[in-house]
Design a protein around this ligand. Structure first.
Ligand code: GDP
Ligand code: IMO
Ligand code: MG
Length: 424
């Protein structure tokens, strides 16, 4: 039987998952998103046009490939409808190639309000959430109160919706947080009507049959491993399992039917929102990285924090995920530097350690760096590994040696074509 492949981010999100899923899609029959929701922003560029997807899997631009939104995903009907409208405006016929799990949970307008109220109440200790209602929605899922896509087809949907809304309104009453629900609610209810016309399926059965009949599936992750609810820098994390195991629970694919795990990382690090970030550069180098890498959030537009590559963090992510191949993104951004640092361990409480400690607060870890020579030349037109500057080859080999996992893809620009496959 075929095994499904998984593609996921190894850092704090925005590694370039959308781009690579789009690049790999022609090799697959089905692209299936397994967790997260509109907190994600997955960017694809081809033919001079840039697309940002939030809920829709990144295989949607290929006409003969099916895209599944799995049970692990949370859907905001308003954002989802807008995304689909954008596809329609660009002439993408998504209707026959988009399937939605009956078991995916719905983000209500009041979930968004609760997210905003909770963040406002936390003040300086806020998570820096995307304010899309992700935390409250997953809380209702695990608290066994949530509404699912399948519910919108039931006769008692209005009743269920009103019950949950009333519960949320009581909770909102505990915050000093003004809001106006009416406009949000009418738009939301109209988007629910729109979603009813889409293909809603039992996706776990569908994917099971697909694997049995030899179809190739690529599971697409959102966020990154260091934002995972269990293994990320808690509490500065998202509310889902972003790691490879999330593909099993978020799609209903059994662990022994997962094959390759493609782990994506940037040649440096970024993080948006609060929380520890050992290699963060709060200086002109970090500023230059942000500018060169255009490091501004695809979903919120917020400036992303930037820093050097963090090997202990990357190793941890590879361990949790069982990564079989590494993909290195945005190598071109480092072209501006004469020298490049890589963090290989940390100093913590007077000791050298090579792991992320449990009770680490922001700014408590001091990275130990190795400095490598930069290549200091543009990479964006390269098409073949043999043309890589020697310093880039050195950078790749250095990382491979530390990671003990082959780097089989190098990305040198945002376009589909700026992708180089390599033989380790
Ligand atoms: P995702 O959330 O993992 O899909 O990543 P995002 O789309 O949020 O952020 C990645 C950003 O980097 C997007 O703006 C991409 O267009 C861009 N990008 C992807 N790969 C490369 C690359 O190799 N070089 C450069 N310069 N930009 C890239
Ligand atoms: P993609 O899929 C980067 C971050 C937020 C915040 C924390 C919790 O594009 O890589 P949430 O709204 O999930 O409750 O926010 O997680 N975050 C992301 N950062 N990329 C993402 O998605 C993210 N999704 C959430 O900034 O720190
Ligand atoms: Mg993103």
């Amino acid at each position: 039987m075929q095994k499904a492949a998984v593609l996921l981010g190894l850092q704090w999100g925005d590694e370039g998952k959308g781009k690579i899923v789009d690049v790999l899609t022609p090799q697959y029959d089905i692209i299936a998103r397994f967790q997260g929701g509109p907190n994600a922003g997955h960017t694809l560029e081809f033919d001079g046009i840039k697309h940002v997807l939030h809920t829709i899997p990144s295989g949607i631009f290929h006409s003969n490939v099916l895209n599944v939104i799995g049970n692990g995903v949370v859907i905001d009907p308003i954002i989802f409808q807008k995304e689909l409208q954008k596809l329609e405006d660009r002439g993408v016929a998504y209707q026959n190639r988009l399937l939605i799990s009956r078991k995916a949970h719905l983000i209500l307008p009041t979930h968004r309000l609760l997210d905003a109220a909770s963040e406002a109440a936390k003040g300086a200790a806020k998570i820096g959430s995307t304010l899309k209602g992700i935390g409250p929605t997953y809380m209702d899922k695990t608290g066994r109160n949530g509404l699912r896509i399948g519910d919108i087809l039931e006769d008692n949907f209005d009743l269920k919706y009103n019950e949950l809304k009333d519960k949320h309104l009581k909770m909102l009453g505990q915050y000093d947080f003004p809001f106006d629900l009416n406009a949000m609610e009418s738009e939301w209810l109209s988007s629910i009507q729109f979603i009813k016309k889409l293909q809603i399926i039992d996706s776990e059965h569908y994917l099971d049959q697909a694997l049995k009949s030899g179809k190739k599936i690529l599971a697409e992750g959102a966020q990154g491993s260091l934002l995972d609810i269990d293994f990320g820098s808690y509490p500065f994390v998202t509310s889902s399992n972003t790691v490879a195991a999330g593909a099993c629970t978020g799609l209903g694919i059994a662990p022994n039917r997962i094959g390759e795990v493609f782990g994506i990382f940037k040649a440096y690090c970024t993080r948006v929102g609060s929380g520890p970030f050992p290699t963060e550069l709060e200086d002109s180098i970090g500023e230059a990285m942000r500018k060169e890498g255009n490091e501004f959030g695809s979903t919120t537009g917020r400036a992303r924090r930037c820093g050097w590559l963090d090997i202990p963090a990357l190793k941890y992510a590879c361990m949790i995920n069982g990564v079989t191949q590494l993909y290195m993104m945005k190598a071109d951004v480092l072209s501006i530097f004469k020298e490049i640092n890589i963090c290989t361990s940390y100093q913590w409480k007077g000791e050298n350690i090579d792991y992320f400690p449990y009770d680490c607060q922001p700014h408590q870890l001091t990275p130990n760096y190795i400095t490598l020579p930069g290549w200091n030349q543009s990479l964006t037109d390269l098409q073949d590994e043999k043309d890589f500057p020697a310093e880039l080859k050195g950078y790749i080999q250095f990382i491979e040696k530390l990671m003990e996992i082959p780097i089989t893809l190098i990305s040198v620009g945002p376009d589909r074509k700026q992708t180089i496959l390599r033989q380790p």
